[in-house]
Design a binder for this molecule. Sequence first.
Ligand code: SMG
Ligand code: MG
Length: 369
Amino acid sequence: MKLTSVELLRLQMPLVSAFRTSFGVQTARDVLVVAVHTADGVTGYGECVALSDPVYNEEYVESAAQVLERYLVPAVLACEDLHAAWVAELTAGFVGHRMAKAALELAVLDAQLQAAGMSLATYLGGTRERVDVGVSVGITDTVEQLIETVGRYREQGYRRVKLKIEPGFDVVPVTAVRQAVGPDLDLQVDGNTAYRAKDLAHLQKLDDLGLLLIEQPFEHDALALHAELARRCVTPICLDESITSAAATARSVLAGACSIVNIKAARMGGYLEARRAHDVAQALDTPVWCGGMLETGLGRAANLALAALPNFTLAGDISASARYFAEDITEPFALEDGRISVPTGPGLGVTVRTDVLQDVLTSRTTVRI
Ligand code: SMG
Ligand code: MG
């Protein structure tokens, strides 16, 4: 495969409701989409999930756009016989910027699989037609609002709910939700690195609430601290921000820092590395689930394909399109009895709605050799 040009599209997409985490509030997504054009006339898409600011990890949308334009895209455009599996190698000389690399790799993978007539789920080794999904609920001003929001999502059919927590908004609201919903709803919490060693004893109080897991309370490199919490709790510890590669997956599990892994392909440089992380976790008898970054239908399609792999045994943060956007840039994904269908068409298996894209497009940069 030979690429003739690569476009970097910037989209401004308002969220249907504000999403507050321990690191900030998201009210809209400033999305970067990579579109690769091949000499054979195929266009492949990859969504870059970096946030507007470097608050989840060190990347942000401007940094991703810049490193793609200046370094990553030229490295790939120069290749006369490109294959998705080579994108990581061709860009390995540029340190970090995994979300930017993942978006480029996904666009190449989409083009390659469209040309081959194969779906991403089939290529990755997916074994399910529909996957269990959950919903991630942001921090609210009051406990009443939180209970009301959880109740609304439950009515929509979500059977697994993740509650965002932060110091000052944890044991009390989560206990109140557990009392309101009863023991049957699968509940989990996510601290997004907001806690420190002094909070160990306080976090242990979450252990009585029948949670599925406690996600990333401590900083990304605090493996020993997560291992200490794991020793003190019956509730499994799950890592998100720490999992930057398949090797980090093995390191974290073997250190006893987690017994469940949140797999986000973009955080580890792409869907091919995510598949390796899935395989490593499976070899270590560690279940995984698919994380989310408030993706559009493009990233959501790829996440559904990934979540079809056999060791994705827990519901992912892959909610219906309507939970995020009034209008998505692809056909929307709907919830069917707590699940979403995995796309079956070639590549990502979704179509970009050019009319919606035009409405939300804020800039377009074309990179040629
Ligand atoms: O895509 O439904 C979604 C959001 C899931 O909570 C979610 N993601 O730490 O797991 C996480 C967060 C990171 C993104 S917050 C803007
Ligand atoms: Mg998380």
